[in-house]
Design a protein around this ligand. Structure first.
Ligand code: HXC
Length: 517
């Protein structure tokens, strides 16, 4: 064999060893669990032929526990870049077949390199997580690499979009990298996230809880709000990433992407004229309003199962990406509570960081009353949403469909916190509170002393409704830019958005604000 042939063979052998991961048996075990391998996932995620791997020959340098005799080039994580629908992205995928995807020093530093490159080049980063956590044999070196990743996640926050897909275990402090990133997608049944597992919980608190109940996708979608999307399997999770990337700019200096649509810009939304029930206490589905208004009815809802009293997600208007926030009268009458405030606040901040205009549909009877809300800190948490809207300088468009009561009126992208285009439907009611509560407070004595209290109450309620259960007082004060026919909502929003796309608004220079966390 010539020297060149020997060199070629050496390279081929090393690359093959890296590509083989933990070997056939472990790959078969991975498939048996319904999971793809790390490499299959990356190839599925990216455009064909676009993946460029880096660091496939990186090895750990641990000398303890006989680890020097067990070296697999690549060290359990596949890293590189490629494109999704032609857009550059950086990505890494932990390989569970190699040391259980556990994160040792070099494994972690490979991920750091990817994050550094993504920040330098202004490209989104996607992490496919499937790992037993800190590599126990590497001790504190593993913890050090984790913290290096966390630091970079924070540095990248608001600079490039960061997406985490959880496709296997993700335990202990390892959860904090995904938690800092902008979006978490969990695969149902195979993904689990928790700080301490069921066995430790049993020992410390005597609680018995299964893996799935503790940290499965369904738990994090409905109870904790940790995950933004749940996917049925690996394939669907990767498709969700592709769809999401289509709505996002590559970095904070870019405008949000546009996509041509055949949906006519002046399409009338006739069903909206009759969507509000005659009885103001009856619900309707705000998703129907959102889908009717958006291009082609396409709405990518985020955290659909968490705090369903507020709806958030992405769509397009006249081809422009927009972030949608809507109170949902179907749940808790659309009240703002702790979870809804936090959910919407983080979404507003993401959109503002990445130049995505905000469209807010308002039908809110107020903040949810109750001792548990007060003790849980609704004051602190509600303030997050107020702060986020007031801080946001992207175009802010607001449509009040029905109720806009009390502090919640102010919070939900009102003119006063610098909404740019604020309109209401004729069915809108802008007031400090609903009629019966208001009459009870301001006319209590009058009702009591009246010969016919019930009749007097009804008369006063009617009087109050005549004064406030409409949008015209607010319109007369300029708090609304217009009152529009519901059917014209799409047309008006598209025109207003078109005029706002070049909006610039400057706030006082500061290191950073102090959002009430
Ligand atoms: C080293 C690990 C590992 C780890 C798994 N492996 N976790 N090696 N460090 N953390 C290895 C196993 O030894 C095994 O190697 C292979 O990966 C597959 O693991 P199995 O246990 O056979 O797989 P499975 O039955 O599917 O169970 C997966 C698992 C379990 C649930 C993840 O392995 C497990 O509980 N691992 C420990 C998880 C953990 O407590 N990690 C630390 C969390 S604290 P062989 O060679 O036998 O195939 C943490 C702190 C982070 O991560 C702090 C950041 C600041």
């Amino acid at each position: 064999m010539s020297r060149v042939d020997e060199q070629t063979e050496e390279l081929r052998r090393r690359k093959a060893q890296s590509e083989g991961g933990g070997g056939h048996q472990k790959v078969a075990a991975q498939h048996a669990k319904g999971k793809m391998t790390a490499r299959e996932r990356i190839l599925q995620l990216l455009d064909p032929e676009s993946f460029m791997e880096v660091d496939s020959l990186v090895e750990h340098r641990c000398q303890d526990f006989d680890m020097e005799r067990n070296i697999i080039p690549g060290d359990g994580v596949i890293c590189g870049h490629g494109t999704i629908d032609g857009k550059l992205v950086y990505c890494f995928a932990q390989d569970f077949t190699v040391y259980g995807g556990s994160l040792g020093e070099m494994h972690g530093l490979k991920i750091c390199k990817i994050l550094d490159m993504a920040i330098k080049t202004g490209a989104p980063v996607i992490g496919l997580n499937d790992s037993g956590g800190a590599r126990i044999q590497e001790g504190v070196a593993s913890l050090g690499s984790y913290a290096e990743i966390f630091f970079r996640n924070v540095r990248a926050s608001g600079v490039i979009p960061q997406i985490s897909v959880i496709m296997g275990p993700c335990a202990g402090g390892a959860v904090y990298s995904p938690a800092i990133t902008d979006f978490v997608i969990m695969v149902d049944k195979t993904a689990h996230m928790f700080i301490t597992g069921p066995e430790v919980i049993k020992t410390v608190t005597n609680e018995e809880v299964t893996f799935e109940d503790l940290g499965g996708a369904s738990t994090h979608a409905t109870r904790s709000g940790v995950t933004h999307f749940t996917a049925e399997n690996d394939q669907q999770a990767l498709e969700l990433v592709q769809e999401l990337i289509g709505y996002l700019p590559s970095n904070n200096l870019e405008k949000a992407p546009t996509k041509n649509t055949r949906d006519s810009l002046d399409r009338e939304c006739n069903i909206l004229d009759s969507i509000i029930p005659n009885d103001p206490s009856l619900p309707y589905d705000i998703n129907e309003v959102i889908e009717e208004v958006l291009d082609d009815g396409a709405f990518l809802e985020i955290q659909a199962e968490f705090a369903p009293n507020i709806v958030i997600g992405y769509g397009r208007l006249g081809g422009n990406t927009v972030g949608i926030i809507g109170n949902q009268p179907k749940y808790l009458a659309g009240c703002l509570d702790i979870d809804a405030s936090i959910k919407a606040a983080r979404f507003v901040r993401f959109c503002d960081s990445f130049n995505i205009p905000l469209i807010t549909f308002v039908d809110v009877p107020g903040f949810l009353p109750g001792a548990s809300q007060e003790w849980g800190g609704i004051i602190r948490h509600g303030a997050k949403l107020l702060y986020s809207y007031a801080e946001a300088t992207v175009p802010k468009l607001t449509v009040i469909t029905r109720k806009a009561y009390g502090g919640a009126y102010d919070v939900m992208s009102s003119k006063h916190i610098r909404g740019d285009y604020n309109v209401a439907w004729p069915s809108a009611q802008l007031a400090v509170m609903g009629a019966s509560g208001a009459v009870q407070i301001i006319h209590r004595k009058r009702i009591k002393s009246s010969g016919n209290p019930e009749q007097e109450r009804e008369r006063l309620v009617e009087d109050y409704n005549d004064t406030f259960a409409n949008p015209y007082r607010a319109a007369s004060l300029g708090y609304l830019d217009d009152v529009i026919q519901p059917r014209d909502t799409r047309l008006k929003l598209i025109k207003a958005l078109g005029a706002l796309l070049e909006k610039e608004e400057v706030r006082p220079a500061k290191k950073h604000g102090n959002i009430p966390l």
